[in-house]
Write a protein that binds this ligand. Structure first.
Ligand code: FO1
Length: 318
């Protein structure tokens, strides 16, 4: 079975670990969000691609969900001693090596998709990891600070500001001119199932769908498209998704996120058992919906979620 997954960072990566366990023989292609990418210290950092690669390759810091296990921060300390920031973004020594290799290869003319493939040679994530695009796309967030509106990089909003002020708008800068990376449309076109993991619907899955051609290819693929709600009990399971959902006028409920994707894109939607009351509303919008436990507490719970998603896909296919 060929499965395509649109993934952000932590939520997407952990779901993929469960999916691999639930469907060990599946051929899985991951289309990764690159809107969170940032240039720091002259290096290109791709947090979501790296989170997927390290999580599936066994190198992730499990507690944090991002960055490397057994990390040290000597380089960060040395940069700070020179007064070179930003200090609010924690790049560790081991992680730095990834960004150095990536930046060196990009400088030599390789596209991000080829660089990602090369990095995965080391990590062997057991999936085909594709960036959504080889073109530069950066998510910016409009905020009002001291009565003035300004746009900040997504990482500044998320990590430095901790989403402490309302997001007025979320813009994937560069997306309109971008093209899907090689292999992306082909993977969607030959998929048997397409899954949206419990990733952020605005800044992760939403940014991938903003690359011209990807949303259309998924809608036209003619195969089941099933998503898992990242909102449980009217709050994001992780992160501050409610802030960016509000910016696009979507309530933080499992049903509202399904309706935001819409029945033109989504065939099936899983909500948590605490949101069982949302099932009827989602089904009346033309999306098959089931309530199952959606907390990724351990590998077995996550694999069960993946099995439920695949079962719902078969149900809508029938
Ligand atoms: N998240 C934080 O909350 N603080 C950090 O200092 C931080 C550093 C960081 C470095 C590399 C990397 O790959 C991810 C990192 N993240 C950090 C996570 C990241 O900012 C976001 O959680 C994702 O972009 C959202 O998907």
């Amino acid at each position: 079975m060929r499965i395509v997954v649109l993934a952000g960072g932590i939520g997407g990566a952990r779901f993929l670990r469960g999916l691999k366990s639930a469907a060990p023989d599946a051929d899985i292609t991951v289309i990764g969000n690159t809107g969170d990418d940032i240039h720091l210290f002259g290096l290109k950092v791709c947090p979501d691609l790296d989170t997927v690669m390290y999580t599936l390759g066994g190198g992730i810091n499990e507690e944090q969900g991002w960055g490397r296990a057994d990390e040290t921060f000597q380089v960060k300390g040395e940069l700070a001693a020179y007064g070179v920031g930003p200090e609010w973004f924690g790049l560790g020594d081991r992680d730095f090596a990834t960004h150095i290799v990536r930046t060196q290869m990009l400088g030599a003319g390789y596209p991000l998709s080829a660089v990602t493939e090369a990095l995965c040679e080391r990590w062997q994530p057991g999936v085909r990891l594709l960036p959504m695009s080889d073109d530069r796309i950066e998510t910016h967030v409009a905020v009002d600070v001291d009565g003035e509106r300004k746009a900040v990089h997504f990482q500044e909003y998320w990590v430095k500001m901790r989403a402490s002020v309302d997001a007025q708008a979320v813009v994937p800068v560069g997306a309109e001119q971008a093209k899907p990376a090689p292999g992306v449309l082909e993977a969607i076109g030959s998929a048997d199932v397409i899954l949206f993991p419990p990733s952020n619907p605005v800044v992760s899955v939403g940014t991938i769908l903003a690359v011209p051609g990807i949303r259309e290819a998924i809608a036209d693929a003619g195969v089941p498209v099933v998503g898992l709600s990242p909102i449980v009990g009217d709050a994001p399971v992780r992160g501050m998704a409610d802030k960016v959902l509000a910016a696009v006028g979507v309530e933080s409920t499992a049903a509202a996120v399904a309706l935001h994707y819409g029945s033109g894109l989504l065939d099936g939607w899983l909500v948590d058992t605490v949101d069982a009351g949302a099932v009827d509303e989602v089904e009346s919008a033309g999306v098959r919906c089931r309530a199952v436990p959606l907390m990724m507490t351990d590998l077995e719970a996550t694999a069960t979620m993946a099995r439920e998603a695949l079962a719902l896909a078969e149900e809508v296919r029938a």
